[in-house]
Design a protein around this ligand. Structure first.
Ligand code: AMP
Length: 256
């Protein structure tokens, strides 16, 4: 792993007024990836691991909403307050609000360091908007990785997930327990269960996923971008499979 690959992502998390201190400029062809998969398959974990290995920033729309939610209410725009209401209920935020937020951050998609989109796009409308923006910028996705896992495993994974209040690191009560109960291994922050990780929200999120996000698999399959990865096993094993698939795909693209 190369810790220098972890970027501060302030332009993504805080919006246009913020500038990243540490934009990647390693001269290599950037990776531009989209990660798909139902909530709980481990996309966020894989995005972080891929970020360490490939250098591209982990851009999660859920992280932007959570960062906004931790600000004082008077600092949140009306659109953001409305978006947070949807999020708390476990429902998808409307496409227009999500797209407005991503468009404001288009600089992150143009960034020479590349990107790993996690949680976006989530609907066909969002995927089409993303395609138009990338086409206009003459940028192309390298691949779209779809992480696949049976529903029963997903429910067990999400229900046990705990997040650090301070640094947002994610643990799991049985699969990845913290060294001290309810405290973060990295910063000693208090661990909590995200509102949208509670059982009543999990059900709504899985239904929303099936309804809105599953059609994206077909969209990216037809575009010739889809890479399917079985998401059971240890995170390191899943990462290795993903990297092998991505690298052979890139080698084939370069050879074509
Ligand atoms: P995540 O961390 O990706 O699971 O996102 C947490 C919540 O943020 C979701 O359950 C939605 O309410 C909202 N959200 C994040 N990204 C999107 C998106 N692309 N479209 C709609 N809602 C989103």
């Amino acid at each position: 792993m190369s810790p220098q690959n972890v970027k501060d992502r302030v332009a993504w998390l805080q919006g246009t007024s913020a500038r990243c201190e540490d934009v990647a400029a390693n001269g290599l062809t950037p990776w531009r990836l989209v990660l798909l998969g139902a909530p709980g398959v481990g996309k966020g974990t894989q995005a972080d691991l891929l970020n360490h290995r490939l250098g591209a920033c982990h851009l999660s729309t859920g992280d932007v909403f959570r960062a906004a939610g931790s600000r004082r209410e008077c600092e949140q725009s009306p659109a953001m307050r409305e978006a947070l209401g949807y999020m708390r209920r476990g429902a998808l935020v409307p496409d227009s609000t999500v797209w407005e937020m991503v468009r404001e951050r288009a600089g992150c998609l143009r960034c020479g360091g590349g990107f790993i989109l996690d949680g976006f796009p989530r609907t066909l409308g969002q995927a089409e908007s993303l395609k138009q923006l990338l086409d206009a910028e003459r940028l192309a996705l390298t691949a779209v990785v779809n992480y696949e896992l049976p529903t029963s495993e997903i429910v067990a994974r999400i229900g046990g997930r705990r997040t650090c209040e301070e640094c947002k690191a994610v643990f799991h009560v049985t699969e990845r327990p913290p060294k001290v109960a309810d405290r973060c291994d990295h910063c000693d922050g208090k661990l909590f269960q995200r509102e949208d990780d509670r059982p009543e929200s999990i059900r709504v999120r899985l239904e929303a996923y099936d309804r809105s996000t599953a059609p994206l698999i077909d969209f990216y399959l037809k575009a010739g971008l889809l890479v399917r990865v079985a998401a059971s096993g240890a995170p390191g094993e899943i990462l290795d499979i993903t990297l092998t698939d991505l690298k052979s795909r890139r080698a084939a693209q370069l050879a074509a």
